[in-house]
Design a binder for this molecule. Structure first.
Ligand code: OGA
Ligand code: NI
Length: 430
């Protein structure tokens, strides 16, 4: 087993957390010699002492500096501008699964489309609900057309997002997250020394509840971007509640239970900039993962595709319909539906010539809500729960301590499946 140079420091840190927070066993710590345990410090509700912070930052910065970092690693966007060929090693994926290409005989499957007018107007129409249920079950992703969000607002949101990434790098770096944090501007969060980095710059932040917003992020945005985003968040929040009610109803979860969990819930947003890449087939824009969220509403900002979903074991590209949102079921809905719905595994590839920008909004239960199979569903079906129940706050802590790796996080939520983690069984912020 390869042991990183900073082993002793990291080991020390794990001991530290074990003693202070008592939530991990010794075995678990040993297995994770190479990981930096961000979440406990960054989203916890315990007041942080100076010692906690020192202890997190010190090993992280040692780890970072022991790596040969690329020249302009602060922003891949800048690096990509000057890179003519040969992408740096830290971005090269050794085992990237191929994208499915049609052989001309069998057609490429396409993700389903839902017209909001059909679903809303007919309300609890049994056929519409059944259709919604089978889409969430078989796919866990759909394009939503006629979603009712003002087109002008969506266009403004697109424009402002583009302008955000067009700002000079120094401006963007004002929002940069440092070791131990995950909200702000930056690249893939490193959990291990030799971890591969996605071909993307990202900006991630929690937007609701409002008291959890970081004062240096949304409140410090350029005014136009800030105002537009506030409006966009409000509109999408309304849309998400409509979707939650319908998607819940379709699987026999009572509307009230969905409302209690998701109304004024934890919401977050991620803007991603995928620069053009001279060797796109060697890198990945976003590592395969499922979203930890209830649902994700994705807006493709530039007219460049790249999102792919894993369906029946193969990766298929998503062709975005102009003006549509892509909505996907996340892990929490798979859990709440007791395994009926599918939290779809997805990834993003990048383009040789064109930049791609996306904006994802994640809708989750409140921090204090329980995340587990829905009670009204269990009592209606009489089925035993397939997943554990955790408080949202704890669910997120567990989630954030992992790096992206397909659906392994969800697997670990299954009753009887609680295994000590392997170093690469991880995910990232929703
Ligand atoms: C995400 C995500 C897809 C995209 O941010 O979780 O899956 O197309 N984004 O950028
Ligand atoms: Ni995602």
């Amino acid at each position: 087993m390869h042991v990183p140079a900073s082993y002793s420091v990291i080991k020390h840190m794990w001991y530290f957390y074990n003693v202070r927070l008592c939530n991990v066993s010794f075995f678990y710590i040993k297995e994770h010699y190479g990981c930096v345990f961000y979440p406990i410090t960054s989203i916890n509700t315990y007041p942080l002492t100076k010692t906690h912070q020192d202890c997190t930052l010190q090993p992280y910065s040692e780890m970072a500096s022991s790596q040969p970092l690329e020249q302009d690693h602060r922003s891949l966007q800048e690096l990509a501008k000057v890179l003519k060929q040969d992408v740096p090693h830290r971005y090269v994926q050794e085992r990237r699964e191929p994208t499915y290409v049609s052989n001309g005989i069998s057609h490429l499957p396409t993700i389903p489309v839902i017209d909001m007018n059909d679903v809303i107007n007919i309300g609890s129409d049994i056929n519409q609900l059944q259709n919604l249920r089978s889409i969430c079950q078989e796919w866990g992703i759909f394009q939503l057309v006629n979603h009712g969000v003002d087109k002008m607002l969506v266009e403004k949101m697109k424009k402002e997002t583009v302008e955000f990434f067009n700002m000079p790098v120094e401006e963007k770096l004002r929002y940069k997250f440092e070791g131990g944090e995950y909200e702000g501007y930056g690249q893939t969060i490193l959990h291990a020394q030799d971890q591969k980095v996605d071909w993307a710059d990202r900006f991630y932040m929690i937007t609701n509840p409002v008291y959890r917003r970081k004062s240096n992020l949304l409140p410090m945005f350029p005014p136009l971007l800030r105002d537009t985003m506030e409006k966009y968040l409000q509109e999408l929040q309304k849309l998400s509640m409509t979707l939650f009610s319908l998607i819940g109803e379709a699987v026999d979860i009572e509307r009230q239970e969905m409302i209690e969990a998701f109304e004024d819930g934890m919401q977050s947003v991620r803007m991603t900039y995928y620069p053009p890449c001279p060797q796109p087939e060697l890198v990945i824009g976003l590592t395969p993962h499922s979203d930890a969220a209830g649902i994700t509403i994705l807006l493709q900002i530039t007219d460049v595709n790249g999102l792919e979903v894993k369906k029946d074991g193969v990766w298929i590209p998503v062709n975005f319909i102009p003006d549509a949102f892509v909505v996907n079921v996340g892990d929490i809905l798979e859990i709440m539906s007791n395994g009926v719905y599918n939290s779809i595994e997805h990834r993003a590839t990048v383009n040789e010539e064109k930049e791609r920008i996306s904006l994802a909004m994640f809708f989750n239960p409140k921090f204090e809500a329980e995340v587990g199979p829905a009670k009204t569903l269990l009592s209606k079906t009489g089925n035993p729960p397939v997943f554990k129940t955790l408080i949202m706050e704890q669910y997120l802590k567990d989630f954030f301590s992992r790096k992206l790796n397909g659906k392994t996080f969800l697997e670990n939520m299954k009753i009887g499946n609680e295994k000590p983690r392997k170093p690469d069984h991880i995910t990232h912020p929703q």
